[in-house]
Design a protein around this ligand. Structure first.
Ligand SMILES: C[S@@+](CC[C@H](N)C(=O)[O-])C[C@H]1O[C@@H](n2cnc3c(N)ncnc32)[C@H](O)[C@@H]1O
Length: 363
């Protein structure tokens, strides 16, 4: 065999390589993300579980050997992990050392105030296996992914009450999602005008805590299941706000909303339920409020053109497959129609950040 003649020049090869490095580069990367999404996610999830981004934030830049030593990983697994993270754009490699990219540092370093490390843990420990049932859920039109959690209740929220560790992971993640924009909700709405708010499905009180810190006159209560109210009360007590904030145990479809509130807040709550259930909840809120009262809806919004954003497209399968089997991220217009049908005569809208927005219906 002649070595010089073994490799041939090929215009076809040259042209294909040029195309893959230019016009096809982004579309091909996108397809890789789709086909290997589970691997990309597990790469990120492993880094978050190992708390690598916090380590790099405190001690970086670090070499591969330093990182392996700190994380107690053998050399080959450390190499595989760092290759994945650098290739995904989460780490930067320079002169043999690694640092987190600025966005990865902001989002996954636990020392950063609006990090979403807990959202990654929620995706890993609660959603990941359940979402493998998506195809089945589409065909059955119900939350077949709930089979991953013991119990016979129809929603994830009720089944989490059996497992305090998972319930904490869930509530911490909700808090991290809310934290992305609830500080701007507190800016955008004059909560000082309300005497007492009811935060339906208020979880660990993350939203009323933020609102009460910004508006010193505001009084508010979470309305949620007993196991969640216990977490909320503890958070409220730790924040020293028990004189203004509280938690009321209840089931939003079985119990009336408490009297004497002039604002009813639904934070990341109407995404859980079907259009008919949302209509019923907004009618119930209208009945509970005195004239002049208001209902507020705060969550990620789908564009009225029904073509995004990504958060709406990626979030909706979770509600069908796992949470309740009936919810999704609805459009601004749908919320507005339900508010008007419930009797709210004036409806206001304000877009916030991270695809969140707030709608206010005035009675
Ligand atoms: C998606 S989380 C939102 C938590 C919080 N509002 C936030 O924005 O971070 C939904 C909350 O609704 C509560 N929930 C679910 N079903 C409920 C029901 N039927 N009645 C009252 N609360 C409920 C859950 O326990 C959970 O805390």
């Amino acid at each position: 065999m002649k070595e010089q003649a073994l490799l041939r020049r090929s215009w076809k090869l040259w042209w294909q390589r040029v195309r893959e490095r230019t016009v096809l580069r982004r579309p091909l990367a996108h397809i890789y993300h789709l086909i290997g999404g589970h691997i990309y996610f597990q790469t990120l999830s492993a880094a978050v579980q190992l708390d690598l981004f916090t380590l790099l934030g405190r001690r970086g830049p670090l070499t591969r050997a330093d990182i392996a030593g700190e994380l107690k990983l053998a050399e080959q697994p450390a190499r595989i992990l760092l290759l994945g993270l650098a290739t995904c754009g989460l780490l930067r490699r320079k002169n043999g050392t690694y640092t987190a990219t600025p966005l990865a540092d902001q989002l996954f370093n636990r020392d950063r105030p609006r990090n979403v490390a807990d959202v990654v843990l929620w995706q890993h420990f609660i959603n990941y296996r359940a979402l493998a049932h998506f195809h089945e859920a589409l065909l059955a039109n119900r939350n077949t992914g709930l089979a991953e959690f013991p119990g016979d209740e129809p929603t994830l929220y009720q089944r989490l009450a059996h497992n305090p560790a998972l319930e904490k992971i869930f509530q911490d993640a909700m808090e991290a999602i809310s934290r992305q924009s609830n500080h701007l909700l507190a800016e955008a709405v004059a909560f000082g005008q309300f005497r007492r708010l009811l935060d339906v499905g208020g979880g660990n009180a993350t939203n009323i805590l933020r609102l009460a810190q910004r508006h010193p006159q505001l009084k508010a209560d979470v309305f949620d299941f007993p196991s969640v109210c216990a977490i909320a009360r503890e958070r409220i007590r730790a924040a020293g706000l028990a004189d203004r904030l509280g938690a009321v145990e209840g089931h939003c479809f079985q119990d009336e909303f408490p009297a004497g509130v002039d604002g009813i807040l639904f934070c990341h709550f109407l995404t859980i339920w079907s259009p008919e259930q949302n209509q019923a909840l907004l009618c119930k809120a209208h009945r509970a409020l005195a004239p002049g009262g208001a209902v507020l809806i705060f969550n990620q919004m789908q564009h009225d053109t029904e073509d995004g954003p990504l958060s709406a497209a990626m979030g909706s399968p979770y509600f069908l497959t796992l949470a309740t089997g009936v919810g999704m991220l609805y459009t601004w217009n749908e919320y507005e129609q339900w508010l008007r049908a419930a009797g709210f005569t004036r409806v206001l809208r304000r877009a916030l950040v991270r695809d969140h927005g707030v709608l206010i219906g005035l009675k």
